[in-house]
Design a protein around this ligand. Structure first.
Ligand code: NAG
Ligand code: NAG
Ligand code: NAG
Length: 430
């Protein structure tokens, strides 16, 4: 009688395994082409904010967008209630994916999300105020997010075990009101784009389209680029390699950098006394571009000259309004489809005919009624990169990050193609 009972037991184990597997895979029976997160701009902090549904039961969690951030982190100390939260046990596959070097053996008094025994940890960072928490437990929980066919919103899809890090309440200091964490889009295995790509077998691509109104982050590849770039002539993006660079704040090189040869103002090369500028970092947590002091001096000098000789000749300068130095009385400045009629700035990339053109809408900032300032800021004498390209400079530009090919696709101003980043149809059918 023994063998049949054993067989029964084995088939029961097999059967149970099958059930477990089919449950885990039941969700992606509908395969989205891409996913979309809406992004708004907080007017008081100038941070870009998004929202994702997480936990069981699902609750909306407001997050600050962090392009170079390593992963999703949320405050688990206050108000984190979920029946589906699972800590990542030390030595597990999740912990090695995260490259975690730390393990909490016992977290007392009682277990809760963010404080469990035998759980590996990471160091979540608020990159706006550069503050780190030493002990953020790694774990996973359900998230739900809207899918898209490229032009219209589609079904809401659930990812059952989405990896994230538990942050602490003090890490929220300096973030916009109501924000509970940061949405990290960095170039590593546990960032949000990587996890969504893994969950739905997407190409390892994502795109960011920010605007003063309602913009978006897209995960996956696909038809969204065509639908944003519009039906006319140019549906294409320009491409430049993404450069890996590691440093103090980014030992694993998860931030996004591109190589900058030179800067041109109205076609004239800014003279810097060296043959290339170096790295430019792309950031969504810096509101305006920062330039290393010597680059900033040479650039503003060239800009003043071009402005006086051409576009802004006769337009009176007015006192600088911090953090900007170069300000003009806007009454005399014309307007164009791509913003105020001011000198155009080209960031010259891998060769002289590949450049990112910055028009008035992305170079000038209306600081108050009647005053327009050049929206570039002196970043000090010894920053990590020569330039940080900030939020204002990328608004209404489509940026697509291709992690597998390690390249950035950029549109330059969508205004010149008669569209914006707020043209996406978010009106859901559901
Ligand atoms: C966690 O570890 C402590 C110390 O070893 C132990 O007293 C406690 O019961 C553990 N908690 C759980 C939930 O296992
Ligand atoms: C937006 O998308 C919804 C859902 O697909 C659709 O019903 C609606 O017509 C779309 N609106 C526009 C303006 O395209
Ligand atoms: C600024 O002046 C240059 C040189 O005259 C000209 O080529 C360019 O079209 C002008 N730009 C704008 C936005 O008016």
């Amino acid at each position: 009688m023994a063998p049949p009972a054993n067989n029964l037991l084995i088939s029961c184990i097999l059967f149970c395994c099958l059930i477990a597997v089919s449950e885990a895979e039941a969700q992606p029976s509908f395969r989205p082409k891409a996913l979309i997160l809406p992004v708004t701009k907080d007017p008081s902090t100038l941070q870009y904010l998004t929202q994702i549904n997480q936990r069981t039961p699902l609750v909306p969690v407001k997050l600050a967008l962090d392009l170079g951030g390593q992963y999703l982190w949320v405050d688990c100390e206050q108000g984190y209630v979920s029946s589906s939260y699972k800590p990542a046990p030390c030595g597990s596959a999740q912990c090695s994916l995260a490259n975690s070097k730390s393990c909490t053996i016992a977290c007392l008094p009682s277990p809760r999300p963010g404080c469990n025994n035998n759980t590996c940890g990471l160091m979540p960072e608020n990159t706006v105020v550069t503050r780190t928490s030493p002990s953020g437990q790694f774990g996973q929980d359900v998230v739900s997010i809207q899918s898209t066919d490229g032009s219209n919103p589609g079904k809401i899809v659930k990812v059952p075990n989405f990896l994230f890090t538990c942050g602490a309440t003090f890490l929220l200091d300096g973030l916009a009101k109501g924000v509970k964490g940061m949405a990290g889009l960095g170039r590593n295995k546990i960032s949000m784009p990587s996890r969504f790509s893994a969950a739905f077998s997407f190409h390892r691509k994502f795109a960011v389209c920010l605007t003063a109104g309602k913009g978006a982050v897209f995960f996956g590849d696909g038809p969204y680029t065509e639908s944003i770039l519009g039906p006319e002539i140019s549906r294409s993006l320009f491409y430049t390699p993404l450069v890996v660079s590691s440093g103090r704040n980014s030992p694993a090189g998860h931030e996004y950098f591109i190589n900058l040869k030179s800067i041109r103002v109205n076609g004239e090369r800014v003279s810097l006394g060296k043959d290339r500028i170096g790295l430019a970092k792309l950031s969504t947590t810096v509101p305006y571009a920062l330039m290393e002091t010597s680059v900033y001096r040479a650039f503003t000098e060239a800009y003043l000259k071009a402005a006086a000789a051409n576009n802004l000749s006769g337009v009176p300068r007015v006192a600088g309004v911090g953090p900007f130095e170069l300000c003009y009385n806007s009454v005399g400045i014309g307007s164009t489809r791509v913003g105020p009629a001011v000198p155009q700035i080209d960031l010259v990339l891998q060769s002289s005919n590949v450049y990112w053109r910055i028009f008035g809408a992305n170079s000038m900032v209306q600081v108050k009624s009647g005053v327009l300032c050049l929206g570039f800021v002196d970043g000090g004498v010894n920053p990590r990169t020569a330039i940080v390209i900030g939020g204002h400079q990328v608004e209404d530009n489509l940026l697509q990050f291709d992690l597998a090919a390690s390249r950035l696709g950029f549109s330059s101003s969508l205004l010149s193609r008669q569209t914006t980043c707020s043209n996406f149809n978010f009106t859901s059918t559901a």
